[in-house]
Write a protein that binds this ligand. Structure first.
Ligand SMILES: [Zn+2]
Length: 264
């Protein structure tokens, strides 16, 4: 048993590839000292499953929201459904994952139309947002800056960070946290490693984004929350510190952002 606490700030466990051995996966994360995890939501139809799994396993908290690659599923009623889901279950700790993904973007406008109301809702409910941002940092910064000028930008985290140090600084200035995934362990991820070296102690989280992007030395395999320890170890090397320091700092930051046990 580990003598420190790790928090996997972003993962997905309801995809089919965990159906067979979820109990084992939970046992393994417990054995690595993972005390809490945030299960991210990609589309609204996942919410009943997320609720069920989070009430079965004490470690699991979750977000509710619509991923930018699912933006076509945004409907007029989606905002009120998300509001209700967030309000009726206190294991909901964030809105998301939301954001912009312009990697293969035919539907930029649709993505923005799904993003803005979710940002507004998070601000209204005083919940943080989990931001997915791929090839769209400038647009995302612009949208957040506009909200910030109106005093209506929610708190949040850039999950699975893959931007430049310059972009990271702009997101930090907007008050966001930066979350590092298994990508930081990849040998050619120089830019992300540079970000991981300079991010302030009180502004970073760690995550697996399971089942994707397994860190070294599990690369190519299905990822699982127990592997957040590998991300933490790698961060410790990059920041010339000990695993226990990374565990303490990243867990405190996750607690500050998600306020897991606050009873509303
Ligand atoms: Zn995700």
């Amino acid at each position: 048993m580990s003598d420190f606490e790790l928090i996997d700030s972003h993962c997905h466990l309801i995809f089919e590839n965990f159906e067979e051995d979820l109990e084992d996966v939970i046992q393994r994360l417990r054995s690595k000292g993972v005390k809490k995890l945030v299960h991210a939501c990609c589309e609204l139809s996942e919410i009943p499953k997320l609720k069920k799994i989070s009430h079965k396993f004490n470690e699991i908290y979750y977000s509710v929201g619509l991923h930018p690659l699912e933006a076509k599923k945004w409907e007029l009623s989606s905002k009120s459904l998300l509001r209700r889901s967030a309000q009726e279950d206190r294991r909901v700790v964030a809105i998301g994952e939301l954001g912009l993904d312009f990697f293969k973007s035919e539907n930029k406008t649709q993505q923005i139309d799904a993003l803005i109301p979710q940002m507004e809702l998070a601000y209204e409910l005083k919940l943080p947002v989990i931001i997915h941002c791929r090839d769209a940092a400038n647009q995302m910064i612009e949208i957040c800056s506009d909200l910030s000028k109106k005093g209506k930008c929610p708190k949040g985290v850039l999950h699975c960070w893959t931007g430049t140090t310059e972009e990271m600084k702009q997101f930090l200035d907007l008050g966001f946290y930066i979350s590092f995934s298994g990508i930081v362990t990849f040998s050619k991820a120089y830019e992300i490693q540079e970000c991981a070296k300079i991010v302030p102690n009180d502004k970073y989280l760690i995550e697996t984004d399971s089942p994707f992007l397994a860190p070294v030395p599990h690369r190519g395999k299905r990822n699982e929350p127990a592997f957040v320890e590998n991300v933490a170890n790698f961060m410790a090397d990059l920041r010339s510190t000990e695993l226990i320091t990374i565990a303490k700092e990243s867990s405190k930051n996750a607690e500050d952002l998600f306020k897991f046990d606050l009873i509303i």
